[in-house]
Design a protein around this ligand. Structure first.
Ligand SMILES: [Mg+2]
Length: 364
């Protein structure tokens, strides 16, 4: 099998408000017999740099190769780029290529990706992330937002913390608990904002409200601090979506810096690497719960990995995201808080190419 064509298209999705553009790079791989696979790489702030890496570095490494030799091609890309980077742009670009190769392999072999990997065709429980800060989002508005998630069938939500004082954030949690009772599972995400003592104080506050996990309490750069925190708190520490590849996750997992491992196929190294991270996590007795924040193919890719490694739950957003719908809407089906396993070969997505074109970055 030869790659006769290998190129990218990048797209700009604006979700959750114009101040937080969620930019993804769409990767398209075509084989010599005309089969096409799609992948997605996260490119927050610089999708162009991800696209350049795909086009000028990775494409020549996989061109002419057997497209189903994915684990070997992953190693080839990783070894050839060690001077360029071991996280960030290079690994994100590799993630997009890896996902596209799995899509292609599934189509060629006639099975959904998770079936190729030995995963189970089961419904996957989801949780909804929201509760983002906005100047007009007072507690009644936060409750309205979460009410909508609950009405959609989801019994687990995650809200932001760290943007207000610890006391104010705990008031938001108190209001949620009062309104929805113990029937709603609540997680929180600090996005690396606290120092150790703040995180400890916040964590002790979270324990009063039965929070199911405390995500990215401190900087990903300090696994020792996260491990100290995890040892001192009853609330499980989760993270770190901002880590890359099994090598960085090994630092977190082997030190028990987390109780719950969170990775994202669209930037942590693709489906291949998420499976590796999940297997490593399992060997330390830890579950992997996929992260999700943007695009659509990335979510579906993480869902295939989650079905493979038997994850208990997966992250999702219900905020409007027309790019997600155009990229992967057909493969993302949920009811009663559970996602259906994708049914078609490959990732199971059908790209609505004309709609996706609307999101192509201006000037390209
Ligand atoms: Mg997060």
């Amino acid at each position: 099998m030869e790659f006769t064509e290998f190129y990218e298209r990048d797209a700009l999705a604006v979700v959750g408000g114009a101040e937080h553009p969620m930019e993804v790079c769409l990767v398209r791989v075509e084989t010599s017999d005309g089969e096409v696979g799609f992948g997605e790489a996260i490119g927050y702030g610089s999708p162009d740099s991800v696209a350049v890496t795909v086009n000028t570095v990775l494409s020549r490494l996989v061109a002419g190769e057997e497209s189903t030799s994915i684990w070997r091609l992953w190693d080839k890309m990783y070894k050839a780029t060690f001077r360029l980077g071991r996280r960030g742009i290079v690994v994100s670009a590799m993630s997009g290529v890896d996902i596209a190769l799995w899509d292609l392999a599934g189509k060629e072999l006639g099975a959904p990706v998770y079936r190729l990997l030995g995963g189970e065709a089961r419904r996957m429980r989801g949780y909804i992330t929201g509760g983002y800060y906005r100047p007009d989002k007072d507690i009644p508005r936060l409750l309205e937002e979460v009410e909508e998630y609950v009405r959609s069938g989801f019994k687990t939500v995650k809200i932001k913390v760290g943007g207000l004082s610890i006391e104010e954030d705990l008031k938001r949690l108190s209001a949620l608990r009062e309104r929805f009772g113990e029937g709603l599972e609540i997680a929180v995400d600090a996005n690396n904002v606290y120092d150790f003592s703040q995180a400890l104080r916040m964590g002790r506050g979270l324990e009063r409200f039965g929070v199911i996990f405390f995500e990215e309490p401190v900087s990903t750069d300090y696994p020792e601090l996260s491990a100290r925190l995890a040892a001192q708190l009853d609330v499980p520490v989760a993270g770190y979506e901002t880590a890359f590849t099994v090598h960085e996750f090994r630092e977190l997992i082997s030190r028990y810096a987390v109780d719950i491992v969170q990775a994202d196929a669209a930037w942590n190294g693709g489906i291949t690497e998420m499976v590796r991270i999940g297997v490593l996590a399992r060997s330390y007795g830890l579950p992997l719960i996929p992260h999700y924040s943007a695009g659509g193919i990335g979510f579906v890719a993480s869902l295939h990995a989650a079905l493979t490694i038997n994850s208990p739950i997966i992250e999702y957003h219900l905020r409007p995201n027309p790019l997600r719908e155009a990229l992967a809407g057909d493969a993302i089906k949920h009811s009663g808080g559970f996602f259906e396993p994708p049914a078609k070969p490959g990732l199971g997505i059908t790209i609505r190419e004309r709609e996706v074109e609307r999101f192509r970055r201006a000037g390209r």
